[in-house]
Design a protein around this ligand. Sequence first.
Ligand code: ATP
Length: 319
Amino acid sequence: MKRIAVLTSGGDAPGMNAAIRAVTRVAIYHGLDVVGIRRGYEGLLDGDAIPLTQSSVGGIIHHGGTILRTARSERFKRSEGVTEGLARLKGMDVDALIVIGGEGSFRGAWELEKRGLPTVGVPGTIDNDCAGTDETIGYDTAVNTALEAVKKLRDTASSHDRLFIIEVMGRNSGFIALQVALAGGAECALLPEVPFDVEKVCQKLNYAKKRGKTHSLIIVAEGVMSAQELAGKILDTGGYESRITVLGHIQRGGSPTAFDAVLGSRLGAHAVEALLEGKSGVMAGVTCGQVTTCPLPETWENKKRPDLSLLELLNALSI
Ligand code: ATP
């Protein structure tokens, strides 16, 4: 193995730059050349690549987003797209590829692996919905960004005796909603993994009102429904008026927390080490504090769910 490539794919996540930096520097330390593919698989199909050096990844560890940029590529999802991507990599004399992204990106990586290109994944997604690692790169930063907003909204909610509904990211997973609700002292967290029951939400609000509580916070993951729709249901069923806030893409941005900068560095380095040990078709992760690898298909076959005992804790703490 003489030359490896690295790309970021899917949604951007704070800490991806720390991972790119670690991949580059550890690979160069071991005598490898490194090529950065820009705009994920879409850029790969366009041959959009740059050499990465120790200095070209300098000063990026604390920057949000990804210096390689990212994209979603419909072209690469087709079999001809994968064949073309493989040909592009061969044309660049690339011997192995590191893909930083989420579950979808790993499916793409697995297609390349199956066709003979050694490929290793690094979990970079704010959703934390990737099996094979306790946390994904970007999740901790996204939770802390959302929490800052929740703390501000809590001030105004308590001053005006209001119910606030705050919509956070999570199309298919409720990790962010649950963590933010617990850390932010919310009354309710609505997660895609748990069937929605408006009666239960209203019962909770009734109970809080009876015991003299004048303000409440509900955190809803976007995958459950929009904050707007939820506000309508709560008004129709319980008669509660609410104010809504949609945090949106602000949760993706910003400088990574120390946790994400370290996680990105550890997993980027571990991905290169895995390749050097002859491992491929795997994802680098951290389990119980230790760096690990797991087969790429396990990252999407074993659906990772939030710990629902934390939802019970939230209920117990908010009565
Ligand atoms: P996030 O969790 O942030 O959404 P992700 O990696 O899951 O990140 P996706 O949009 O699901 O994001 O996937 C990123 C890209 O991976 C897709 O746009 C596509 O190019 C590629 N991809 C996804 N599934 C496949 C597949 N089955 N075969 C080939 N490529 C795929």
